[in-house]
Design a protein around this ligand. Structure first.
Ligand code: FES
Length: 155
């Protein structure tokens, strides 16, 4: 079985798991987004077909929730806090350093799909401002010069 066929079988398994559930579309999309890192066009079409709902409805849900991505995401998600406390303490300078180091802008993903860079508004540890989060790890009282070292930990 080739990769494409295997992915389709796996997708069908996920869809079938939630088929009978009320509000199953969101659960299916959440699991696909979690498993594959994003919602491909093929995945959305298959969800629409299998759950027997119009494709436009699946698309509207996929584009409404910011937790869903329609583009491939990096293995590591970097969130730079630009909430008030972090902004005042130089969060924007940390963002600029990350953009320079990674060669991408906020909202983008590196070509080799290693990192996706996003901004957020307060991650709840303002006393450690400025703060970034990479996957589950938070880094506080951050200085620009620490950024390369932190990126190395998440290769
Ligand atoms: S403003 Fe950045 S953690 Fe609260």
């Amino acid at each position: 079985m080739n990769d494409k066929m295997k992915r389709k079988v796996d997708l069908e398994k996920v869809i079938n798991k939630y088929k009978a559930e009320k509000g199953g579309i969101i659960s299916v999309l959440q699991e696909i987004n979690r498993e594959y890192g994003y919602l491909s066009e093929d995945a959305l079409k298959l969800v629409a077909k299998k759950l027997d709902v119009p494709l436009i409805q699946v698309y509207s849900i996929a584009t409404f929730y910011t937790a869903f991505s329609l583009k491939p995401r990096g293995r590591h998600l970097i969130n730079v806090c630009l909430g008030t406390a972090c902004f005042v303490k130089g969060g924007n300078r940390i963002l600029e350093k990350l953009e320079r180091e990674l060669g991408i802008k906020a909202g983008e993903t590196t070509k080799e799909l290693r990192y996706s860079l996003d901004t957020v508004h307060c991650i709840g540890c303002c006393s450690l401002a400025p703060v970034i989060r990479i996957d589950e790890d938070a880094y506080g009282r951050l200085k620009q010069e620490k950024v390369p070292e932190i990126l190395k930990k998440h290769k």
